[in-house]
Design a protein around this ligand. Structure first.
Ligand SMILES: *[C@@H]1O[C@H](CO)[C@@H](O)[C@H](O)[C@H]1NC(C)=O
Ligand SMILES: *[C@@H]1O[C@H](CO)[C@@H](O)[C@H](O)[C@H]1NC(C)=O
Ligand SMILES: *[C@@H]1O[C@H](CO)[C@@H](O)[C@H](O)[C@H]1NC(C)=O
Ligand SMILES: *[C@@H]1O[C@H](CO)[C@@H](O)[C@H](O)[C@H]1NC(C)=O
Ligand SMILES: *[C@@H]1O[C@H](CO)[C@@H](O)[C@H](O)[C@H]1NC(C)=O
Ligand SMILES: *[C@@H]1O[C@H](CO)[C@@H](O)[C@H](O)[C@H]1NC(C)=O
Ligand SMILES: *[C@@H]1O[C@H](CO)[C@@H](O)[C@H](O)[C@H]1NC(C)=O
Ligand SMILES: *[C@@H]1O[C@H](CO)[C@@H](O)[C@H](O)[C@H]1NC(C)=O
Ligand SMILES: [Cu+2]
Length: 575
């Protein structure tokens, strides 16, 4: 080939490799439809996007513009959140109902527009109103701009999305409007319950992943379950974890993946077992102590990994992996603490100078308010959740972001979210707190409030999240909108600033948008508040979010026009 040809070929392939940013457009029809129950006769009424659970997968390249027309044809107020998308410059598109927008009312539509810039990996979208995200969710995959060849690991032969969920054989369509959910009737992999529920007559009940011997697969695993953390295994196969929450990790070899609600894990799996069929299995990780029997589903859910060309005899008895015990906190902790971020020259590293330090308790208590009062929740008199003993309630008149934009917070929110818990006690010791005489008073949570922590633009925030054991300790997956954070350290018992600082990883701490705070323990996170807006921080267990395990960061404007809060899109729904 003449030299000029070579140059031309090179130039063409380089041009093809650097994909120009494009617009990825979808229409989401949110409708309540009739779907067959899992393992039971008859149908139930379920709200879903485009008639499917999970809903459509959004695939984009870094830098693309995403445009989603949401048409609300269901009887409920709906919003959609783009979980893990930074929304820089588009804080109005984040989605949590009454935090960044008023909901899309029944019979109305709204178009979300945002760019997926400066981030790539496995994310997802879900409803952020009522409990609708149980069935209104789907994957959101952002590939590097130069395509899959730009992954910082050998390019996999194929990618498979593995979306984990929970299913309720609800009695009626407005089931998810109530706040008491109870135990799921099934866990699901890509919407299907698998072989271990008593429903062998249900057709198409199991998800199947075809693999070719010798090929490498990138599993994009998303935990979309409302309330449940999972152990994930594939019989006779191991994984190399390469990313979590769309942040690349140092490759980590394991045969079990642990994933809390709201988290994602990208793992390479080499199909190098002998030709045949293997179960992919999820079982729940129950971190609560005391454990409440009957409050969770103890079943496993399966999918099948089937080697192309496996003999029919091999297809009928897939091998089953040994799963960890339901309460295996040691395995969960080993996974969660083994991840570190992949250091790359173009990636921000941990900020070392901290401007704002917060120590925040997260956990459950008892609601002390009078059930007859309107400010009490459905579970009044029952369990309430809080951060620093503040049980969060959404405003009702206008959204918090709108109130910030108009500078009219009065009656919507107050800027007094505390940096410390009001009472110092033995946070993590369930025995002492339940037996001790002061427990009854301590565990009563005050009335719901709507408090934010205002942050100066660009402030570096360090937050210690400390689980409390007043009602029972439990691992809470804490999710922050608008940012990734670094997880510097985590541990069990009460946080001790004097000793914990020695454990801080300031070199390559994992970067996430959701951290599973260890049960009866703590985690330390750091982030730079360089994104003006109103950013929800909350437990990604919906049952806990609904009873107040949340707060909001109000990030102030920066010095330049492009670091100021933009005006709302003209068509943003009004309350
Ligand atoms: C049950 O759901 C299936 C799937 O959507 C539908 O085809 C069928 O008509 C429904 N049956 C009833 C009685 O609504
Ligand atoms: C998104 O990216 C496009 C193309 O680069 C740009 O024109 C547009 O202003 C961006 N939108 C926002 C909201 O940043
Ligand atoms: C698994 O599910 C089946 C069918 O729903 C049920 O009969 C069985 O009791 C469940 N097993 C466990 C261990 O929960
Ligand atoms: C399969 O591949 C993994 C990852 O490369 C490796 O750790 C494992 O030893 C291999 N197993 C077999 C049976 O070759
Ligand atoms: C919890 O408190 C009890 C009673 O004071 C004490 O015996 C126990 O050692 C404490 N446990 C921890 C983990 O601190
Ligand atoms: C929480 O606030 C309530 C109401 O003010 C109080 O009774 C209780 O002791 C506080 N508990 C904790 C753990 O701070
Ligand atoms: C934000 O902080 C970084 C690092 O401290 C600094 O380099 C940058 O100039 C700051 N930007 C603004 C607009 O304050
Ligand atoms: C839907 O949201 C609007 C505006 O916030 C509110 O007034 C209305 O009560 C809500 N409707 C339902 C059915 O929740
Ligand atoms: Cu929680």
């Amino acid at each position: 080939m003449p030299r000029s040809w070579l140059i031309l070929v090179f130039a063409l392939s380089a041009a093809a490799a650097v994909a120009r940013s494009a617009t990825v457009e979808h229409t989401f029809n949110v409708r309540t439809l009739s779907l067959p129950r899992v393992c039971q006769p008859g149908n139930i009424s379920i709200t879903a996007v485009n008639g499917r659970v999970p809903g459509p997968k959004i695939e984009a390249n870094e830098g693309d513009t995403v445009v989603v027309h949401v048409i609300n044809d269901c009887p409920y107020n709906v919003t959609v959140h783009w979980h893990g998308v930074f929304q820089r410059g588009t804080p109005w598109a984040d989605g949590p109902s009454m935090v960044t927008q008023c909901p899309i009312r029944p019979g109305h539509a709204y178009t979300y527009r945002f760019n997926v810039t400066g981030q790539d990996g496995t994310l997802w979208w879900h409803a952020h109103s009522l409990f609708l995200r149980a069935t209104v969710h789907g994957a959101l995959i952002i590939r590097p701009r130069r395509g899959a060849g730009a992954y910082p690991y050998p390019k996999p032969d194929e990618e498979k999305t593995v979306l984990l969920g929970e299913w309720w054989d609800a009695r009626n369509g407005d089931f998810f409007i109530g706040s008491s959910l109870g135990s799921a009737d099934a866990y699901t992999i890509n919407g299907k319950p698998g072989d271990f529920y008593d429903c062998h007559t249900t057709p198409n009940r199991i998800a199947k992943f075809e693999v070719r011997r010798g090929s490498t697969y990138l599993l994009r695993i998303i935990n979309a379950a409302l309330n449940t953390a999972f152990f994930f295994k594939v019989a006779s196969h191991t994984f190399t974890v390469v990313a979590a929450d769309a942040s690349y990790t140092t490759p980590y070899e394991t045969d079990v993946i642990v994933i809390a609600p709201g988290q994602t894990v990208d793992a390479l799996m080499v199909a190098n077992a002998s030709q045949g069929c293997y179960y992919m299995v999820i079982s729940s990780y129950q971190s609560a102590f005391p454990l409440r029997p009957g409050s969770f589903n103890a079943n496993v859910t399966t999918a099948v990994v089937e080697y192309v060309g496996a003999a029919p005899s091999e297809q009928h008895a897939p091998a089953l992996p040994a799963m960890p015990e339901l309460t295996d906190t040691t395995t969960a902790n080993r996974f969660y603490t083994s991840l570190t971020s992949l250091v790359r020259p173009d990636k921000p590293t941990v900020p070392l100078d901290v401007d704002t330090r917060m120590f925040v308790t997260v956990g459950l208590g008892f609601s002390s308010c009078d059930p007859a009062q309107k400010s009490c929740r459905g579970t009044a008199g029952g369990v309430a959740a809080s951060m620093n003993n503040e049980s969060f309630a959404l405003p009702t008149a206008i959204s918090m972001l709108d109130a910030r934009y108009r500078n009219t917070p009065a009656g919507v929110y107050t800027r007094d979210f505390p940096d410390q818990p009001p009472v110092v006690f033995d946070y993590a010791n369930v025995t002492k707190n339940v037996v001790g005489s002061s427990a009854a008073t301590l565990s009563s949570t005050g009335s719901p409030s709507t408090k934010v922590r205002a942050l100066r633009y660009n402030a570096t925030v360090e937050m210690v999240l400390q689980n409390t054991a007043l009602v029972g300790r439990e691992s809470h997956p804490m999710h922050l909108h608008g940012f990734n954070f670094f997880v510097l350290a985590q541990g069990f018992g009460n946080y001790d600033g004097a000793t914990a600082a020695e454990q801080f990883n300031l070199v390559n701490p994992q970067e996430r948008n959701t951290v599973a705070v260890p049960t009866g323990g703590w985690a330390v996170i750091r982030f730079v508040a360089n994104n003006p807006g109103m950013w929800f921080m909350h437990c990604h267990i919906d049952a806990h979010l609904a009873i107040g395990l949340a707060m909001v960061f109000e990030v102030e404007d920066g010095p330049t026009p492009d670091t100021a809060l933009p005006p709302p899109p003209p068509d943003l729904p009004k309350c």
